[in-house]
Design a protein around this ligand. Sequence first.
Ligand code: SF4
Length: 257
Amino acid sequence: MKYRLEYIEKQGRFYHRINAGNAFGHSLHRALDVFHNAGGAANVSAEELAASLDSVWVGGVGKGFAAAEQEAAFREEGMRILTEYHAARVTQTAPVTPVEGEEEVILPPPPHLLFTEKTLRIDLTPDVALSGRVDRVDEHHDGALEIVDYKSGRETVEEEDVSRSLALNIYQTLLKAKMPDRRVFATLVALRTGAQASHEQTEDARTELLAECTETGETLRNKDWEGVLPVLNEHCPYCDFLPHCTRWWKKNKIHDS
Ligand code: SF4
């Protein structure tokens, strides 16, 4: 039903509402996009990165945030996250000082930014395309491509979270289709703590996903959308279309709502 309302009837513009969580996440994504495109920690200080949050801030009271105090708390948390993110980038790229008497540690050069906030798209059939928007892609010194995805709400992340993420699997499939001679893997970054985990999709998993997406695409194209009706389920309380479906249930005397 959500698909019907979003993509067939195109009603999203009447129902989508920004909330504090997604306004906050969007703001952090924008700040990190600007930071990495400006050259990262080599060119932007921690203070400049934290202060940049103001210029990219999304929302306001009544636009995602319930009150000025709530917005200020989110902004403060955002500045803390960005300051610590910057410190971690400095540590990752700092040269290792040799310790007398110990063998010198030679670290590989840090990866360089390939692109940020880019939509990748491939045709699965003449009528079905698969697309996804990646937060960032880094290129490592050995040619490997790392898809980096930021999560502003979570504090921990495990490799299994990456291997099970439909979005990250789709991004890897798309990038591998675009650059088949490169090793591709994905990393999820929990911005609140800096925790991160990576996983590389296997060839079998990629083949399976492509078949599944093609089948799903064909199902969506050939569905009898008139026959798809709202059914109360566990996702309804968090769905922007709830007012629409509640009206339908009332009109049709379903759920006594
Ligand atoms: S409110 Fe429930 S039934 Fe309606 S679109 Fe959302 S999830 Fe589907």
